[in-house]
Design a protein around this ligand. Sequence first.
Ligand code: ADP
Ligand code: MG
Ligand code: ZN
Length: 553
Amino acid sequence: MNVKTQILKRFGFSQYRPLQEEAIDALQAGQDVLLAAPTGGGKSLVYQVAGLMRSGMAVIVSPLLSLMSQQVVALEKKGIRAKFLNSTLNINEQEDLAWSLHRQHIDLLYLSPEKLMQPSVMRFLQSIDIALFAIDEAHCIAQWGGYFRPEYSQLGQLRDLFPNVPTIALTGTVDRDTIQTIQQTLQLVSPLVLRSSFDRSNIQLNIAQKRKAKQQILYFLHHEVAGETGIIYCRSKKKTEEIATWIRELGLPCLHYHAGMTEEQKQSNHKTFSSQHGVIMVATTAYGMGIDISHIRFVVHLDLPSSPEAYFQEVGRAGRDGEPAKALLLYGLQDMLQAQQLLHAQGQHTENTQVVIGKKNPQQLLNSLFQILEGRGCRRQNLLSHFDEVIDACGNCDRCLANSTEQNMTIASQKLLSLIYHTKGVQPFSLLIQVLLGKKTKSVVAANAQALSLFSKGKELTESQWKAVVRHLIAFQFISVQSQYGFTVHINEKARSILRGEHQVIITTERFYPTLNEDCLASEQVDWHKVLAWKHRCLQVKISETQLRLICL
Ligand code: ADP
Ligand code: MG
Ligand code: ZN
């Protein structure tokens, strides 16, 4: 057995994954490496094994304290000499660490970029033998490099100070732009660039229109993933708590997680969630980076993620064991408008601090997300094409699973565009739709909109079909919505092609994701056994018999 295989055994694995071995060999030969593989791809093992194989100590730069300690604890359990250096260490721990460092009793040292760039730390590292530098979650360079965490953009200095130490950058979000930014910032020297497929085919992608979101969630929880472990993502702390409370009241084991909680609460909830099966975690995106829980079976989005990258990462937390998992994203026109508004608001406050992924700015990323949501055909094809990856239709998304049909909405789009034009873009979409449907609502009357020539000229479509048309026109930038100075819709140059009939607007017919009414649970087929198993698995969450009956009756 060679050394590489022996070391793998120490980690409890029998075989390397293809890219792992290639990356380790390159590092072993002293070459820089850039490894882009999806979350769960097994990137950490690469620098851990290579770090143990090469002489000296491996230095691992990691963005989050929780992530460091989690990895170090796991490594120590395997008898591997790993430590982390950060501000949470008390005096005794610091002295212990200093002692071990000086005697070179550490093989893997984890620290933050801020710690690494401290002159004293840097001086010390220059005095000892370094095996390699690993920059984990290197997309943070592109994300935070400029402002929030300037030390990220200074990591390139390592190249000058340690010319003979190989560096590996690892990233889970990669379009080609991001890879380039990382490569340039770190000044990697002719690195071996390894990019594995980003497809996580075991995760079933479902994207659906939001209507009575809670009842849709209820349906999902009962009919799709009963008894399973999963995360429900919400945008705000308040909503996170509300949804968690509601789910608990239904009698299901549920915790929450957001940045407003104490460290203690967060740790405790994370611990329960990661160690037990069948718990639901309602969280903001604060819960995420680096969590390595293999048994997460579903991820729900109750609010829109900020970019395709964010969506991909969040969904990717499910099914890390390779077994089937489900993702459900619920959204509607309102969510798109809100996301747009939020971006405008952020843009105003943080002119120079925009989070930029690769070369795309937040607006472009949001547009890409909208196009993935509104695009025709296979969900996974649309998503992966954003990451420059071409695949066949996946067979495991809502579109592939139910032969979807399409509708030509060119004439409808023309009507809507004319109406926007005639109302000078200052009327909300809800009013425009009421006009098209010929509804004399209060707001229609107040705006004297029943006098418009297009009044009641759009009765061939339903309200939700009209909303779909609006969403399509926004997503593909035929119109844009500005909300800085009140609500205004702008018709873009591109829309002329629709008005002239040169561009056909084809929209996939939406199927409604089912709902399950709390009161109607009685008439629904609920799998008793699954729910009971669910209860038993979660001993820490107490479910009363009454609550159980409420969900099982
Ligand atoms: P990433 O950093 O790419 O998101 P991790 O390094 O956290 O992924 O690894 C994800 C999971 O894959 C971990 O549970 C890890 O133990 C497992 N893993 C890594 N390499 C192998 C391997 N060669 N064989 C089996 N499991 C592996
Ligand atoms: Mg990782
Ligand atoms: Zn598909």
